[in-house]
Design a protein around this ligand. Structure first.
Ligand code: GUN
Ligand code: FE
Length: 425
């Protein structure tokens, strides 16, 4: 069913501070695209079938700009370490298991099922460095109906022998083999170039990835300025670079004409901040991860003021929850601590702003996604918040606030991606 109408209490962002609300409104889907939201249904749509969700919330699908699919099995474990120790102790040993396709199949199935049943409709995903397991993850995601970008990870240094790629040439050859294998295979999954982070990528690997980017025109995802010790390490490894971000930039992997999303961006230097702004590099703000690994608090208010594009990331497994409702809740909480403890000029995020970040803010990385403005891709959630005790008399924004803060997937009744309904069982 590609042409239909959802009727209910509709809520969506058009900008960071503007939340549009339609109580008992009509949201029209034509060919997988939003045709508009109406209080009174226009004559030309009167013949379309109406799915009556009266009294339920209808919001855009949420967008996860940064998540590691292979880390799902150990989410919420090992949260007493900082980034580099956590990678060495928990992350790298787990990711090494994806050499085994049977292990990968069962672990990736659990991850994909969890996201499918939750509120996210889009995700930008790290796999591991293994080509067969990465292609398998892409197959599972395609079948789920979610729309995703997936990266085979590149990492040729500073990781254990059973995970590290033996040299830059091998990493680059595997990347080309992966791109050839998945080319033209999917409608909903696309490849994204994925250098893990500068400490794990030699100069030769970064140069080769720059060449692949130019050849294939791929978007790029990576990590940036997450932890103070990591930033110091990068500056030691790359004396040629003026900042951590500049190291990516030197290989043409940092925005401009290359859509680039960098996770974390907690500790930008002034030069890095200016480069991110100039290059329109996307920030995937991952507040739960930044708390769990004691990384710090990203200056999200500063990014919004500078019109640097920002969305939210779960960063599973450093974040324990795949739900971007949960990331909204954590982003608000972290911004309050930042305001109180770090910078009294950086006003805390409002609910409207956090909702924007988790929908339109991140959605823009996928194009016209994350809102119900006419022409946007039709990603929608129907949420029966009446089952949450204590709803009586609440306004629609208050109901949205409660849903975001409780971040419980059990109230999601229906989920549509590009106008196609996804099963939630
Ligand atoms: N930096 C490099 N790899 C990772 C990872 O897997 N998770 C996080 N949070 N940061 C990283
Ligand atoms: Fe990450």
């Amino acid at each position: 069913m590609h042409n239909f109408i959802l009727k209910g209490d509709i809520c969506y962002s058009t900008a960071p501070t503007s939340l549009e609300i339609f109580e008992g409104g009509y949201l029209v889907c034509l060919d997988g695209t939003c045709a508009g939201v109406f209080v009174d249904l226009p004559e030309q749509y009167r013949d379309l079938s109406v799915i009556d969700c009266s009294g339920q919330l209808i919001v855009p699908g949420l967008v996860d700009l940064h998540v590691h699919a292979p880390q799902f099995p150990f989410r919420s474990l090992g949260m007493d370490l900082e980034l580099i120790c956590w990678l060495n102790t928990h992350t790298f040993p787990e990711e090494a298991k994806y050499m085994d396709l049977a292990y990968a199949a069962s672990a990736y199935r659990a991850f994909v099922d969890d996201v499918r049943r939750g509120p996210n409709t889009r995700a930008v995903i790290f796999a591991t460095r293994h080509v067969p397991a990465t292609a398998l993850l892409m197959d599972l995601l395609e079948a789920s109906g979610l729309v995703t970008m997936v990266g085979k990870v590149n990492m040729d240094r500073h990781a254990p022998p059973d995970l590290v790629e033996i040299d830059a040439a091998t990493s680059l050859a595997d990347t080309r083999a992966w791109l050839a294998e998945v080319a033209g295979r999917y409608q909903r999954v696309s490849p994204i170039l994925t250098p893990r982070f500068i400490p794990a990528c030699s100069d030769a690997l970064m140069a080769g990835l720059g060449e692949i980017q130019r050849e294939f025109g791929l978007p790029v995802q990576s990590h940036l300025s997450e932890n103070p010790a990591e930033v110091d390490w990068v500056m030691g490894l790359r004396p040629d670079a003026e900042s951590y971000g500049h190291a990516y930039y030197k290989n043409g992997l940092f925005g401009g004409s290359v859509p680039t999303v960098m996770a974390h961006c907690v500790w930008p230097s002034a030069g890095e901040f200016a480069l991110m702004k100039r290059q329109k590099v996307w920030v995937a703000h991952c507040p739960q991860s930044n708390t769990n690994l004691a990384s710090g608090i990203a200056p999200v208010r500063r990014y919004l003021e500078a019109e640097i594009p920002v969305g939210l990331g779960s960063d599973v497994a450093a974040g324990a929850h795949t739900s971007i409702f949960r990331a909204m809740e954590d982003a608000i909480g972290a911004s309050k601590l930042y305001w109180r403890l770090v910078d009294s000029d950086a006003a805390p995020l409002t609910l409207a702003e956090a909702f924007y970040l988790g929908t339109l803010g991140g959605g823009r990385f996928f194009g016209a996604v994350g809102s119900f403005l006419p022409g946007f891709e039709f990603d929608a959630l129907v949420i029966d918040d009446a089952v949450i005790p204590g709803r009586v008399g609440l306004s629609i924004p208050d109901r949205l606030a409660r849903v975001a803060h409780l971040s419980d997937a059990r109230q999601i009744r229906r989920k549509f991606v590009r106008g196609i309904e996804i099963g939630l069982e």
